[in-house]
Design a protein around this ligand. Structure first.
Ligand SMILES: [Zn+2]
Length: 245
């Protein structure tokens, strides 16, 4: 059993930069109205992290990628994996930075979102592109993720990679909720650049004590969570729906 370690890189500068670039939004703070977001797992959130606005800035993304790979240099990573779609550019740059540091080949592949086979799961992830599963099988693997909320997506990718025989060396994330750690993710190393503090509720808990109990509107911007899908199923929600600028 590998030793569990926690690599922290709490950089106040990058935290502020992510707020300034509107990658990190918190309900009722920094000009954001009181509202809530719907996460991939269906959870209700009073904050949201989305790297999309910063992702086209490759200079910024490269700086982030360099910080992400720091603790993994020299560990023999063969394949960098990420869930599709938003974190693919970051993951690719991270693999390239790792390859430059290691002077060996590092592959970069992603897991596509696929229909779930398990009961109660909204989606699953799998390495369905030609040749991708072979690059994950029996490889030393680093998972790169933009944000870890309720660990749902990253856990699905981790389990699928392990199912193929991958050895997960660790997870590198730009942001994660404060209660996320290596032990709870069942990986040897978690390297997280920015700890974010926002709360998440199950839909029923949210109705009792979360933003839904205060009738706060649900964000429906495409790409900022799954508010649109929620609106389709719950069009009568009394708090209403909102598009953020
Ligand atoms: Zn809610």
């Amino acid at each position: 059993v590998a030793k569990t370690t926690q690599q922290e890189y709490q950089d106040q500068g990058i935290h502020q930069e992510l707020i300034g670039r509107r990658c990190l939004s918190l309900s009722g703070e920094h000009g954001v109205p009181s509202c809530q977001w719907i996460g991939t797992s269906g959870a209700h959130l009073d904050g949201y992290f989305c790297l999309d606005r910063a992702s086209p800035d490759l200079g910024f993304l490269r700086r982030v990628a360099r910080r992400l790979i720091t603790p993994f240099i020299g560990l023999g990573i063969q394949t960098v994996i990420t869930p599709a779609i938003g974190s693919i550019p970051l993951s690719t740059l991270a693999a390239e930075e790792l390859m430059a540091s290691e002077a060996t080949t590092v592959s970069s592949v992603w897991a596509d979102k696929v229909a779930s086979e398990g009961p109660g799961m909204t989606s699953d992830f799998d390495f369905v592109r030609p040749g991708y599963a072979e690059l994950v099988a029996d490889a030393l693997v680093l998972i790169v993720e933009d944000v870890i909320n309720r660990k749902y997506t990253v856990s699905r990718v981790r389990d699928r990679a392990r199912g193929l025989g991958a050895h997960i060396v660790g997870i590198a994330s730009v942001a994660s909720l404060e209660d996320v750690d290596a032990a709870s993710l069942d990986v040897p190393i978690l390297h997280n650049l920015c700890e974010v503090r926002y709360s998440s509720w199950s839909p029923s808990d949210c109705a009792e004590q979360g933003p839904c109990s205060r009738s706060e509107p649900i964000v429906i911007n495409p790409g900022l969570g799954h508010g649109i899908e929620y609106q389709t199923r719950n069009s009568g929600y009394p708090g209403g729906f909102i598009s953020l600028p």
